[in-house]
Write a protein that binds this ligand. Sequence first.
Ligand code: IMP
Ligand code: MG
Length: 176
Amino acid sequence: MSTYKKDIPVFLTEAQIKSKVKEIAAEINKEFGDEEVTLIGTLKGSFVFFADLVRELKMPTRCEFLGVSSYGHQTTSSGEVKVTLDLSASINDKNVILIEDIVDTGLTLSFLLEYLNARKPRKLKTTAFLFKKVALKAKDLTIDYVGFEIPNRFVVGYGLDYAEHYRGLPYIGTLD
Ligand code: IMP
Ligand code: MG
């Protein structure tokens, strides 16, 4: 899979994505009302979902990003998580929502929850646009707002890459 493929089969259309983002935003708007929320996006994958979601939120928001190491060029999880870019501000006593592109084994999310909880936020919620429930290995993991539960396929687009390609695809496609 080292060459760039042009016609990636559609798995979720732009329209499906758009309406799901609105659904998630509505839940968050309902839960937090006018309270300020710090959004933390995990780079790089969540930047597109993050940008769509923040524009649907009605409360005051702060935008933060965490760089986490991903698969490299493999399509299976190593289970090793490394923080490559840290938060730029304190989240102590803040309402926080961690924004993930996709939860696969859940190892990244479970590591990040521990990492962020150690900084004593007031509330820590999680959202993942895609969730491969069958691939989940991490125990006792809560995802508060899930976009789509998907089968164990390798997907790209809408921020998600394979070997750094396809992040800019406006839809979600399958590569396997
Ligand atoms: P986890 O730790 O196994 O849950 O994996 C989380 C990370 O693996 C995600 O944030 C993605 O960067 C990457 N990942 C998992 N599945 C896919 C996929 O189907 N396409 C692209 N990246 C994926
Ligand atoms: Mg990610």
